[in-house]
Ligand binder design. Sequence first.
Ligand SMILES: [Zn+2]
Length: 381
Amino acid sequence: MSRSTALLVAMAVLAAGLCTPAAAGPQIPGLPKSRELTEVVKRANQLRDLVITEDEEIKLGAGVSERVRARYGVVQNAAVHRYVTLVGTLLVKKSTRPNLPFRFIVLDTDGVNAFAAPGGYIHITRGALGLMASEAELAGVLAHEISHVTEKHTLSAIQKNKLVQIGAEESITKNPELWGRLVDVTSDLVMAGFGRGEEMESDRDGLAMADAAGYAPAGLGDFLERLSERNQKTSGKQGLFASHPQMKERLTTLDKEINARKYASAVALADRYKANISYTATPVAEIATVEAGSAGLAGGTTKPAGGEKPAEAPKKKGFGLSGLIKPAGTEKKSAEVTGSAASRGVDTERNAKGGPVKTMVAVKVTPAELDAFRKEGNLRS
Ligand SMILES: [Zn+2]
């Protein structure tokens, strides 16, 4: 029995709930002998737990970020990056992975969006910053994205997407072809967004993180509400957003959670936000987009590792930042600017045109600078 066949059998066994240590259990007809089975079950368990070191996770995130930056470009403004990094770093300190080296990247697009890649690569768009009214709103969105990383939502999605065969290769980081495929697949997942369960979890975690840092936890809801209004005002059908009931449910849940947990932090810092961020939101109808079929990152790359079974497109049962739903893997690579697409019912935020420069803006914040920033804002240590 080949290793991959044995692996599939073991996974079937696991799925059927027959996962007893093979050496101790009865022999099941058609399955490999006990020692081999033990080894196979061990490997399948590793798969289930998606054994990936933190270094590999960061490397994967770097690859995904490169794809995201290639799609949207990066705002070449050190002051803006510094400000977002200061707010983000205060939140990371309150997260469950305070020592992960997070990076905050401002994407050069009018589209309102945010993407969290594994290993701590947090991307937020210029359009999102332009729509925000306070530092508490920025903190709310960043905390939500940080939670996607700390809870390893993307890594779990790789497993669920039956792409685990890739992750199972011990030499994955040393095999450029396999590694490239994993980065492509992960990029598509990050772009497509998460399911409802993950989004709700990150909403909850994000509230706790923002409150712990001293930010008014209503920031996330306030921002999402404004985003919802903005998209409802457009004359054209905004993807699935206009009639999407989930945003209302999400906002209600956020309010309930704030009340239930008795979160009482109240720092909003609208003035400091305006002093640091001067972008304004572009109306949806005026946003230049690329063709709906060309906005993806790695179109056509969500093919299965083994080539036997087509990979499932990332399933979206919930909502992303904008509440719009579009699987990423179905799109072509070439990007052609076509002007506003709001009236044609496409996902304008995601299909928005990106900027030309892809280079990351490196920001170094010292502990003393972070502390001064925190104190100035009356935030918690
Ligand atoms: Zn999210």
